[in-house]
Write a protein that binds this ligand. Structure first.
Ligand code: UD1
Ligand code: PEP
Length: 417
């Protein structure tokens, strides 16, 4: 497995362009299976998660290819398969988003329990409950989710927790169902709204995305079309934190600031200056950084996908910062890697107590998930000397052209094979 070598001590200075949102693009690719007509999707990030998703749908018999840089074309002219192989789905958590579309389209699905990063137990009970409420029979046999149904029927579904994936799966299943589906206590993430906008652009009737209740009136069929994915708020946030952590000065192109309000608030509280300039955001320090407390929560709370990067930044902020991780129980494990670099962090259950140190030192460390990898890049940039980050495949899951972007900002990186 490859490692990334980073020479520390360079403030990030310059301009960086943000790619399309991974988590919106993955759901939209799955949703494109709901129509027989061709669909063109623009602003798709060219990252390994998207390429694995394309391989999975191609394996089902779907035409799915890049037609330009960041543009894909998906076409499902007729019947497709309903079984997805373990070898592919083990690489990608979001492969579970095929459940709703395959049930709606084919009336049948067999998909191995999805893989992905080791960030927590990640059950799928809410996906199953919602789909079963609409008439699907779902069971788990030898690690394979098996589902079948006649035409799904609209239903009233309450989610015990506002799960992003469950909201998306139920939404996608409901657009072709008979009658109205009402989903309560849904996730409100911007990627949910993007998926709803995409579905509506194809003729679906989805209302309320971005609020607690989504209402979907099922239609007979969807048409094709062309749609552009929203910018990736987590990639943007990662560069924002990196700019502040390295005492740099970055102009970030492609940020919808309303999508990252909790991050902006926390960075400002820590001493950052964040200014909007012509649809770009300029980020640098305003003052010496101060310790802060963070609690991760479903949107519009502070995103779990930005927690590790903030922890990296806080390792050298004088005083005591506290992070509570409420979404994924294993996401504080990155603290052990920061400790190899000289950080002082105590983890108790879901809480990390960070005592700021003067400096981090470069070390050999290991990414255990995508955002931990991104956070270790930030720590490597902050540290004295060289940092070697093992398991770069995690980073490549979600950051398009990350090494080139860093190099363009003056950072020396190398890949060790
Ligand atoms: C591809 C994608 O969009 N990934 C994002 C999505 O993941 P994902 O859709 O998997 O995250 P969920 O919102 O479903 O999970 C949130 C919490 O709900 C729990 N849960 C979820 C489903 C279920 O059936 N039962 C259950 O208990 C999970 O264990 C977790 O504690 O949202 C997460 C939370 O914002 C992000 O970190 C991921 O980047
Ligand atoms: C956890 C993430 O993604 P996934 O849900 O695809 O594992 C992430 O993007 O940080």
């Amino acid at each position: 497995m490859n490692s990334l070598i980073i020479s520390g001590g360079t403030p990030l200075v310059g301009e960086v362009k943000i790619a399309g949102a991974k988590n919106a693009a993955l759901a939209i690719i799955a949703a494109a299976l709901l129509t027989d007509a061709p669909v063109i999707i623009d602003n798709v990030p060219n990252i390994s998660d998207v390429n694995v998703m394309l391989d999975i749908v191609k394996n089902l018999g779907v035409e799915a290819d890049w037609c330009e840089k960041n543009t894909i074309r998906i076409h499902v002219p007729g019947d497709i398969g309903y079984q997805t192989p373990y070898e592919l789905v083990k690489k990608l958590r979001a492969s579970n988003l095929l459940l709703g579309p395959l049930l709606a389209r084919q009336g049948r699905v067999e998909i191995s329990l999805p893989g992905g990063c080791n960030i927590g137990s990640r059950p799928m009970d809410l996906h199953f409950k919602g789909l079963a409420g609409m008439g699907a029979e779902i069971e788990l046999e030898h690690g394979v989710i098996k589902g079948k149904c006649d035409r799904l029927e609209g239903a009233k579904i309450y989610l015990d927790f506002p799960s992003v994936g469950a909201t998306e799966n139920i939404m996608m299943a409901a657009v072709l169902a008979k009658g109205q589906t009402v989903i309560e206590n849904v996730a409100k993430e911007p990627e949910i709204v993007d998926l709803a906008n995409f579905l509506n652009s194809m003729g679906a009737k989805v209302r309320g995305a971005g609020t607690d209740v989504i209402r979907i009136d099922g239609v007979e069929r969807l048409r094709g079309g062309r749609y552009s994915v929203i910018p990736d708020r987590i990639e943007a946030g990662t560069f924002m934190v990196a700019a502040v952590a390295t005492d740099g000065d970055l102009l970030i192109d492609g940020v919808i600031t309303t999508h990252i309000e909790p991050l902006i608030a926390k960075l400002r509280e820590a001493g950052a200056e964040i200014r909007e300039e012509d649809e770009k955001v300029r980020v640098r320090r305003r003052s010496k950084l101060r310790p802060i407390d963070i609690k991760t929560l479903p949107y519009p709370g502070f995103p779990t996908d930005m927690q590790s990067q903030m922890m990296a930044m806080l390792t050298t902020v004088k005083g005591t910062s506290v992070i509570v991780e409420n979404i994924f129980e294993n996401r504080l494990q990155v603290a052990d890697e920061f400790k190899r670099m000289g950080a002082k962090i105590k983890v108790e259950g879901r809480t990390a107590i960070i005592q700021g140190v003067e400096k981090l030192q470069g070390a050999k460390v290991k990414a255990s998930d995508l955002r931990a990898g991104a956070a270790l890049i930030i720590a490597g940039l902050m540290a004295e000397g060289e940092t070697e980050i093992c398991n770069t495949h995690y980073i490549e899951r979600g950051y398009e052209g990350i090494y080139d972007k860093l190099n363009a900002l003056g950072v020396k990186t190398a890949i060790k094979y």
